[in-house]
Ligand binder design. Structure first.
Ligand code: RB5
Length: 153
């Protein structure tokens, strides 16, 4: 996993995007901002797609922010290879990495205070995937909607 963090938002997430970009850059991360640059109204799927492209191309972790984090997480999770986790607290962020190997953290700027958002990001970026039985479950995640359905091992 690279020390690159890809970050994107819609208009409702620009302020938190700037805060998190500065915070992560100060910690030595190479922050790739896929936009937008201002708060003019935009459509979140466009920026979710850009961030997913960059995360997959660079084998990096990413952050996507919109008002609630919901639209970003729904959009990002449609992309094969992306596991986007909408997190509202540090425990969820830690578990999203530890058990789900999430590669994108989704946040809602209209949901979280700044201090909590920073703490959630810190938990996400300082936790590694545990592997083991969780790897088997991630592999099943890729195929569980195929027919016939996989059996429990
Ligand atoms: C924009 O108003 C808002 O709908 C968007 O930021 C996001 O919350 C959607 O899921």
């Amino acid at each position: 996993m690279s020390k690159t963090v890809v970050i994107g938002s819609d208009h409702a997430g620009v302020a938190l995007k700037k805060l998190l970009s500065d915070h992560l850059a100060a910690q030595g991360y190479d922050v790739v901002d896929v936009g937008p640059a201002d708060t003019k109204s935009v459509d979140y799927p466009i920026f979710a797609a850009r961030a997913c492209d960059a995360v997959l191309a660079q084998n990096a972790l990413g952050i996507l922010i919109c008002g609630t984090g919901l639209g970003m997480s729904m959009t990002a999770n449609r992309r094969p290879g992306i596991r986007a986790a909408l997190c509202a607290n540090e425990f969820m962020a830690r578990m999203a990495r530890l058990h789900n190997d999430a590669n994108i953290l989704c946040l809602g700027e209209r949901v979280l205070g700044q201090g909590l958002a920073l703490a959630i990001a810190d938990a996400f970026f300082t936790t590694d995937f545990e592997g083991g039985r969780h790897k088997r479950r991630l592999d099943l995640m890729e195929s569980c909607h195929d027919r016939p359905q996989p059996q429990h091992p």
